[in-house]
Design a protein around this ligand. Sequence first.
Ligand code: ATP
Ligand code: MG
Length: 440
Amino acid sequence: MRLSNYFLPLLKETPSEATIASHRYMLRAGMVKQDSAGIYIWLPLGFKVLKKIEKIVREEQNKAGAVEILMPTIQSSSHWKETGRYDAYGPEMLRIKDRGDRELLYGPTNEDMITDMFRTYVKSYKDLPQTLYHIQWKFRDERRPRFGVMRGREFLMKDAYSFDVDLESARLSYNKQFVAYLNTYDRLGLKAIPLRADTGPIGGDLSHEFLILAETGESKVYCHSDLLDMEAPGSVMEKDLQEVVDSRTSFYARADDMHDQSKFDEIPKDKQVVARGIEVGHIFQFGDKYSKPMNANVQGANGRVSPVMMGSYGVGVSRLVGGIIEASHDENGIVWPKSVTPFGVGIINLKVGDDDVDRVCEELYEIFEKSGIEPLYDDKNDRGGQKFARMDLIGLPYQIIVGPRGLKDGIVEVKVRISGEKKELSFEDAVNYIISEYEV
Ligand code: ATP
Ligand code: MG
């Protein structure tokens, strides 16, 4: 992408409503524009990151055996009345009437709808287990939308739903999602900690929240520090799933509402972590909570008919855009992890109109385009200082700076955003270095 063709509306001033880094930088870097409270337009740069996160979430869901569908944003109230949630949900639910005075709602979540869909088709253990997911916009009329996309009213969520014939098999489905979550956050460059959670309004038996540590997080976290040092499990065989989950859940890790100070005190002092965190995912196993009132029954191998056992699994896809920035920024702007960066490399032309500089920049541009490392080429006729500042602000992991002085000696400059380190390299070395950084 050439900056001269792109739509990148940067802000010089920090809008006063933005009190945390991610919100500030998302506005300043032209990633989103608020349209009304908690509702955002995703501008090109923000949209690109959102899509990259979505892709990683999708790939890890697919690897875990979940199957993608797409349910509508607008739901009929009828399923919610069957489960009793229409009245229970409260003012967070946006209730709408159509022209025929029928009650609709903008979905805050999809348990009720998917349970209805499921019971239409599946009646036997032979078609189980099954986990279905979608990545779809939700609406919750939050009391206090804030921190930009972190607590929006309209937000993008991956929500998966598992269906099993009995609790034992449901546990396996839960564990698969648990491991998929660890791998997903790892690929996003995040350290996410699974905390034992309250099951809340979704209800049920077993639940974990996944939090990333950040000073601006809304939750208080108490945990064992060894959890922060654990690597993502990668692909795990079915027989080893429980062990992997146990290895993470044996450590004390709780949010405020589930905190037990006496248990926490048993952790050696130098291993105690008290911090704040951002909830980026939440998984539940809730058995027959919805299948029972909805008569979503299946026949087991023994011939017995009983409600299907369910779980649901949410990832805050749009919240993660802000969450990643909270976890990775400095005083100059965002520092994107390679896996979700909107562009792989920024090319800065320090003298637009100079034949040699233009030619070298064009060659770099072409090479990176071809190699799939999407370049963003700053071909605008602005001052160097302005170019450096905006490239730092938008946070691409690598920059190549091309100016007439270096070129005289056949040299370009590569800047590594995260460390600020600068290397003077030949054209070939610069290209090879950046390409090799993106090879895994
Ligand atoms: P929170 O406690 O932050 O309100 P929740 O418990 O209501 O979250 P879930 O219903 O489990 O959240 O939704 C799954 C995920 O969706 C959450 O882990 C979070 O990452 C994301 N999410 C929930 N509410 C919002 C929101 N208002 N804006 C952006 N993301 C959200
Ligand atoms: Mg909530």
